[in-house]
Design a protein around this ligand. Sequence first.
Ligand code: MRU
Length: 358
Amino acid sequence: MKIEGKEYRTIWFEKDQQSVKIIDQTKLPHQFIIKDLKTVKDAINAIKVMEVRGAPLIGGTAAYGIVLAVIENNDLKFIKQSSEDLIRSRPTAINLKWAVDRMIKKLSGANSEEILNAALKEAKNICDEDEKFCENIGLYGLKIIEEIYDNKKDIVNILTHCNAGWLATINWGTATSPIYHAHKKGIPVHVWVDETRPRNQGANLTSYELNEEQIPNTIIADNTGGILMQRGEVDICIVGTDRTLSTGDVCNKIGTYLKALAANDNNVPFYVALPSSTIDWDIKDFKNIPIEERSSEELSHIEGIDADGKLKKVMIYPKKSKTMNLAFDVTPAKYVTGLITEKGICEASTDAIQKMFK
Ligand code: MRU
């Protein structure tokens, strides 16, 4: 997708420099900086501090992290140790482990001459596949938006939470892909963008990328969705996910659950868009999903630009107050209208998911 009219993907390998390029998302929307990852430690750090984030992009970065490990030292012991360190870098998005496991499986049989090419090929396959899957998600999701537009014959208002846009994937996004496809087809859409405290991925990333594609959008405080739904100002909610269980329970950015409850109470369809790499086939009880707890500073401090255009971090909480910063919650399957996947749309249930993917 575009930034200042130029097409980008979120991650790519620069052969001449033997380095991985990323867009540093901690600096958006105020600064657009392309950063080099030269070592597997750089990749781990980029995931930890969220220079890259969003489940599919975390997976893509982990895949290229293995490439960087191979460049540093192609001994299988070092690569395996690096893969474990990568998996530990963030706990909730399942795409991370999925991508690392896929890379290790591919490299296990490769000899020292072919291992780098094999790693590069597989990392590129993982990213290309994600781009294709997200494009397909868009084409299936487009049908839902089209149907709403055919009935309403007016602007379709879509609410989304966090950033499940192209910046969270390799390209297109998951939740945003149907929106981009609808916009390209000439369907008038308007997006309610949840700010998504504490890191403000909605405001800083989703609104930013929609602006760059000239898609009308309005940032709202996280608690505004409920009243908008009561007023009939939301036609559909579409969100992404970091891990969806084979039971249909959906783990996503903190606050998603409350949106789903409000949608359910107001008969607003609530869809979750995901590539199959986000499905966890092992955990059956959502209480066993590892929920990331991040630093309290993300809550107590806020960053923005001051009157002189300088980036500044300020404290907004009382010094003595305790904080708790859980990064994800789980929306039970019963509140999910449907899953929009690369293979089509299905019910959020064990049977429907099995039928679609197994
Ligand atoms: O903490 P983040 O910014 O990595 O969380 C991102 C989300 O929760 C997204 O909604 C999810 O990864 C889906 S991305 C297509």
